[in-house]
Design a binder for this molecule. Structure first.
Ligand code: HEM
Length: 217
């Protein structure tokens, strides 16, 4: 069980965080907005140490980070760490659209492609827009797992989904409150490596500079 949780939970969360940092570098205003949200949620007045900040991130605080939750979901929609998945048919069946499958057929579905389909996400499907996950009050609205398929759906849905969000929110909150991230080389093309998971090919090189809250006007 420990091996299962480690294998299922490590590379998936790690690559999602890499793509999240990449998206933050590409959208500096979103990076800023998340840092602000974290500070407001935990009511930060001074510049706390990393340890003090991490200690204040309890479950209630994390639940209140709606924009951060939306931004992580938007990252995983576009960069699902399981980009392709498959199921074996147990019996002959006819799907709602009339397509027939036979017992033993392998059916492959692609979260990477599904996350970018205009028929599912609208004309701006390829645009990174965390707001698509928020209602008019700024509260996170989850999607059906059959549409946001990155964690799979049904009886074999990812068991660690909530845990993954908790980990990713803690790490990204601590990082973004303390640092501003920029790409080390803006001209370098960032692409994925074709694998079972979706790591960034060659890794992601970034510059992190301290986010100086008190130096701001
Ligand atoms: C962003 C992070 C993650 C993503 C995108 C993700 C995605 C997935 C997907 C697509 C599956 C289905 C695999 C299949 O159909 O064979 C799955 C299964 C699973 N995941 Fe995750 N996962 C993530 C993080 C985690 C974490 C952190 C844990 C554990 C702490 C975890 C534990 C599991 C387990 C145990 C299964 C197997 C469930 C079963 O077959 O009944 N995952 N995950």
């Amino acid at each position: 069980m420990v091996l299962c949780v480690t294998v299922a939970g490590q590379d998936t969360t790690a690559s999602s965080l890499s793509w999240f940092v990449y998206m933050m570098c590409k959208h500096l205003h979103i990076q800023e907005k998340i840092a602000q949200e974290v500070r407001e949620v935990i009511n930060l007045k001074d510049d706390p140490s990393v340890d003090e900040l991490a200690a204040s991130l309890d479950q209630e605080a994390l639940n209140n980070m709606q924009y951060l939750h939306a931004t992580l979901s938007e990252t995983i929609r576009l960069y699902p760490s399981v980009p392709m998945n498959a199921r074996m048919c147990f019996s002959d069946d006819t799907w709602p659209d009339g397509f027939s499958v036979k017992k033993g057929d392998m059916v492959v579905y692609q979260p990477y492609a599904m996350g970018r389909m205009k028929s599912l996400w609208g004309d701006d499907a390829e645009k990174f827009r965390p707001e698509r996950w928020l209602d008019k009050n700024g509260l996170f609205q989850d999607e059906s797992p059959y549409k946001f398929i990155a964690f799979s759906a049904g009886p074999r849905i990812c068991l660690g989904k909530e845990h993954a969000y908790t980990q990713m929110k803690i790490i990204s909150a601590v990082l973004l409150v303390n640092y501003i991230f920029k790409l080390a080389d803006e001209k370098k093309i960032v692409n994925y490596k074709t694998m079972v998971s979706l790591p960034i090919d060659g890794g992601l090189y970034v510059k992190a500079s301290p986010r100086l809250w008190h130096a701001k006007p």
